[in-house]
Design a binder for this molecule. Structure first.
Ligand SMILES: [Zn+2]
Length: 104
């Protein structure tokens, strides 16, 4: 989030894009300007909230997402195994007729 403030030396508009730097070089007069604390404090708070959002997302991905994926995969494998079983049963039922046809 880019925030702007005025250079205390020349009054030029300075853009502060956040980050770890608490000073900025004025592009109008070349002075090294200390960024007002409320600007970098906001940027740092936003970064901390972002970090926690990432941790919470990771927590739910591991505790909910992975078990759900494993469960869905197990269900699909179960359905496939059931279909294979049904196919095998039908094949076994017709096997004597098939053998009789080919043994003639
Ligand atoms: Zn300046």
């Amino acid at each position: 989030m880019t925030q702007s403030f005025n250079c205390p030396s020349c009054g030029g508009t300075l853009e502060y894009a956040g980050g770890t730097e608490h000073t900025i070089n004025c592009s109008y007069c070349g002075s090294m300007i200390a960024v007002p604390e409320e600007l970098w404090r906001d940027a740092e708070n936003a970064k901390t909230i972002n970090k926690w959002t990432r941790y919470i997302f990771l927590f739910f991905a591991i505790t909910v997402g992975v078990p759900v994926c494993v469960g869905v995969l197990g269900t699909i494998l179960g359905i496939l195994a059931t279909l294979l079983g049904i196919g095998g049963t039908i094949f076994a039922a017709f096997l004597p007729f098939i053998i009789r046809i080919f043994s003639k």
